[in-house]
Write a protein that binds this ligand. Structure first.
Ligand code: FAD
Length: 400
């Protein structure tokens, strides 16, 4: 039985970007929210990410825009070069809107801003709660790996990431294959500010991709950080950690000498985070009291830098549109008008940047890059980059 007058009893599974934002937005709408996280101490995974104007609008709707701007680093453009230094890609936020920009952030900074707000909003956070099952689709009680029960809940928001356990129970036909290529990431200092202002990438065909993203400050740490990433096939990830680090460093420096001050900060691979990504396809995101959000619903590769942004928007729209579980199908229909195109773009574009052989780089260099700079098409490319592309209207609270 749904208790509308008192607000719903909501269980949110997963303390990532999407789960934190959903817990906060729903608590602010007067619901009684419990956040369940598998880790004993919640913490962010990975190194840095790019918040787009769309994600910044969601942070504004959560009342957190100024807090996140204070920690991040402004990004005005995306640039890609080949090994000879020739420009292959160039997209400026100003093409979309004169005052437009992205914000590179340290994941721990984004986590801290959201987590502090969640606690201030009175959300109960239960850690060490790896949710493994539930007892029915309506008003379910959740069970965790330690045999504890949680709930019953009127609404369960499943935000347990692209490898979601609950998704397989709710939607057994969902698919989430791992992309064949992944990356290793590390945060480093950029004391001279050589990489300020741009997400810069260097490519050799689509087999080598090196990137540097300014991310500003870590909580309580230095404020001149960048995230450095190196793309490689998933089958070679293990070898990165056991292989010859000096040889890898020489390979990076011969491809992009300017990153020497960054890679010189490491004498081994231990500090690097590994990243794999999944292409998540789910039919319906909702069933009974359950709704999937974030990567659990629509995980993509990070090629377009949209996953966390889409998760933030999911959370805000969910809280605005869903007063009871029967509102969930309408919420999904509206959200799909944005997440659907991004999943398609991501599938199409990922092999242009991460693949073996000549086809991907050929399409990127001779079709995608020139077309994305043609008058008119440059605006579509910019809307896509900024996270603002959507087939239907953007709710006014989320307009950048
Ligand atoms: C290398 C890389 C770079 C990226 N760069 C960008 C970028 O620039 N911009 C951008 O917008 N996005 C980027 N992304 C994507 C972004 O990181 C994800 O889309 C986003 O983190 C997804 O958030 P989420 O909350 O849905 O899931 P997650 O961040 O995966 O969080 C899931 C949470 O659920 C918890 N959990 C898992 N299972 C359970 C369970 N059974 N019970 C309880 N808790 C559970 C986990 O411990 C975790 O805390 C990048 C991703 C990668 C890999």
């Amino acid at each position: 039985m749904v208790r509308r007058a008192l607000g719903l009893r909501v269980g949110v599974v997963g303390c990532g970007v999407a789960g934190l934002a959903a817990a906060l937005a729903l608590a602010r709408r007067g619901h009684e929210v419990v956040l369940l996280e598998a880790f004993d101490a919640p913490h962010p995974l990975g190194s840095g990410l790019l918040l787009q104007p769309s994600g910044l609008a969601a942070m504004r709707a959560l009342g957190l825009r100024e807090a996140i701007l204070a920690c991040g680093a402004r990004v005005d453009r995306l640039e890609g070069y080949d090994l000879a230094g020739r420009t292959l890609m160039k997209m400026a936020y100003a093409t979309w809107r004169r005052d437009g920009f992205g914000l590179g952030v340290h994941r721990a900074a984004l986590f801290q801003v959201l987590f502090d707000a969640v606690q201030a909003a009175g959300v109960e956070v239960r850690t060490g709660a790896e949710v493994t099952g539930f007892d029915g689709l309506e008003a379910p009680t959740l069970s965790d790996a330690r045999g504890r029960s949680h709930g019953p809940y009127d609404l369960v928001v499943v935000a347990d990431g692209s490898a979601s356990t609950l998704r397989a129970r709710i939607r057994p036909q969902a698919r989430a294959p791992v992309y064949p290529w992944g990356a290793v990431w590390v945060n480093a200092r950029d004391e001279g500010g050589a990489f300020a202002g741009a997400l810069a990438q260097r490519y050799h065909r689509a087999e080598t991709m090196i990137g540097v993203l300014p991310i500003g400050a870590a909580p309580g740490g230095p404020s001149d950080l960048v995230s450095f990433f190196w793309s490689l096939p998933v089958t070679e990830l293990e070898g990165f950690y056991t292989g010859d680090f000096a040889a890898w460093r020489s390979r990076v420096l011969s491809a992009w000498p300017a990153v020497e001050p960054i890679v010189a900060q490491f004498d081994g691979p231990a500090a690097f985070n590994r990243a794999i990504y999944r292409d998540v396809t789910v039919g319906r995101w909702c069933a009974g009291a359950f709704v999937l959000i974030g990567d659990a619903a629509h995980g993509t590769s990070p090629q377009l830098g949209q996953g966390a942004n889409l998760g933030l928007i999911d959370a805000v729209e969910l809280a605005y549109q869903v007063a009871e579980p029967s509102d969930l199908p309408a919420y999904q229909r509206a959200r799909r008008l944005q997440t659907g195109p991004y999943q398609l773009f991501s599938r199409a574009l990922t092999p242009l940047f991460q693949s073996a052989g000549p086809v991907g780089p050929f399409v990127r260099n001779w079709l995608f890059a020139p077309f994305s700079q043609a008058p008119g098409l440059d605006r579509i490319a910019a809307a896509t980059l900024t996270g603002t592309f959507r087939l239907g209207p953007t709710p006014w609270e989320l307009r950048p």
